[in-house]
Design a protein around this ligand. Structure first.
Ligand code: PMP
Length: 417
């Protein structure tokens, strides 16, 4: 394909492939990838239609499957108390807040949710936005800009990378969970940039391991950097009461400048949050573009997240059961010789197979046996590190976990060679 035009190029000089999206070379590349999946003979693994709430099991067509493919970690999506709270919220407030909260005004529900989240997180205050992905994009885009630097873990989620791109700041990844590599970058770069923002995730969704938060906090303090922690997968799942990596490591909450998380996983809703000091959150509330210029959470989403926050605190057995199930799955998988990598202390267990065709084949075999595990390929993970990914929930039953691991071990062995 022709090189992209420079910013100054006139429309007439643009290559023909830029005139229609249909003709973009990247569309053709995508179609080739899709054809490979379709030609593999495997059942199409994407956009499957589920008939009800996805919990430890799910129904597709007329068959029930054992599911390891949803973020319903605490089994709260579909909980009667949450559904009831949503019904009441919709009756009272309708289905939309119909504008940015700055101008359309507040609903008591959203104010209560942000207070409850801040209390749950042990923070002064908290702000909610309509999407977890957009929360990272707008927050990073707002905190740093030209002349600044973002240092992020090499496994950072797409939303973190998009935020970096939007910000115009320089960006350098450091080797996954490698505090020495982070320190090296800080030593080389700290004095060359105005602000340095370190971004890590509480729990990494592809590898199922935790950030080394105490080490990162020590470096942040030593080098005078800012720190943002994305708790998409660690909030509700990690720590004695599910209060995330801060609780797990017993860190002082104020050592992290911005705690970010999503409402779409443990909180059984949709949206993102940013938590921190009262002063920081007030500034964001009045200036953050993705908040100020975007609609507030729907009443239904706010009600679901509020009811979920209350349930997590009131029913600590959910977090305990989740931890027990994840530990059992990991122990059985490791004992069966499956390559679970660095997974530990999270409800995410990968089984790394390397080759994408093999990964797709094993996922398909498992699906035929009634077990759902997501096949993950490049670009979501590095080339050659394709894997099946298992999300545990607190609702999985011990015999189902044993049955699933045995099936995975059999299919992985059968696919070898
Ligand atoms: N951050 C991380 C680490 C994530 O894994 C995800 C989504 N899985 C997001 C942000 C975006 O969250 P959401 O899906 O709620 O928009």
């Amino acid at each position: 394909p022709a090189p992209p035009p420079s910013h100054g190029a006139r429309a007439a000089e643009w290559p023909a492939d830029a005139a229609s999206v249909d003709d973009f070379p990247e569309v053709a590349v995508f179609e080739q990838r899709l054809d490979t999946v379709l030609a593999s003979g495997a059942a199409f693994p994407y956009f499957r239609v589920h008939e009800g709430t996805v919990r430890d099991t799910t129904v597709i067509g007329d068959r029930s499957y054992l599911s390891f493919g949803s973020y319903n970690y605490l089994g709260i999506s579909g909980h009667p108390a949450v559904n009831e709270a949503v019904h009441r919220a919709v009756e009272r407030y309708g289905t939309s807040v119909s504008a940015s909260r700055v101008l359309s005004g507040e609903r008591e529900l959203t104010v209560r949710l942000e207070r409850a989240l801040a209390d749950f997180l042990g923070l002064d205050d908290c702000l909610t936005l309509v999407s977890g992905h957009a929360t990272n994009v707008t927050a990073i885009g707002h905190l740093v800009g030209a002349g600044d630097l973002v240092l992020h873990d090499a496994l950072a989620h797409d939303s973190i990378l998009q935020g970096c791109a939007l910000s115009g700041a320089a960006r350098r990844p450091f080797a996954h969970n490698d505090a020495d590599a982070l320190e090296h970058l800080l030593r080389l770069n700290r004095s060359r940039f105005r602000r340095v923002l370190i971004v890590v995730e509480g729990a990494y969704s592809m590898d199922g391991d935790l950030a080394d938060l105490p080490a990162v906090i020590e470096l942040k303090k030593r080098y005078g950097a800012l720190l943002m922690v994305d708790e998409a997968h660690s909030i509700g799942t990690v720590g004695e009461h599910g209060r995330g990596v801060g609780e797990f490591f017993g860190v002082d909450r104020s050592d992290v400048d911005l705690w970010m998380g999503t409402l779409s996983k443990s909180f059984a809703s949709c949206g993102g949050y940013l938590g921190g000091s009262a002063r920081t959150v007030r500034w964001l509330r009045h200036t953050l573009p993705g908040f100020v210029y975007s609609v507030g959470l729907t009443p239904a989403n706010a009600a679901a997240a509020l009811a979920a926050t209350e349930l997590i605190a009131a029913e600590p057995h959910r977090v305990r059961a989740l931890r027990r199930n994840a530990a059992l799955f990991l122990r059985l998988a490791a004992a069966a010789g499956l390559a679970t990598g660095s997974s530990r202390d999270t409800p995410i267990v990968p089984v790394v197979l390397g080759d994408s065709a093999r990964t797709l084949h094993v996922a398909d075999r498992l699906f035929a046996r009634g077990v759902i595990a997501d096949p993950i390929f490049h670009p979501a993970v590095e080339e050659g590190l394709s894997r099946l990914r298992f999300f545990l929930t607190c609702e999985h039953r011990e015999d189902d976990i044993r049955r699933a691991v045995a099936a995975v071990a059999e299919e992985v062995a059968a696919s070898a060679g």
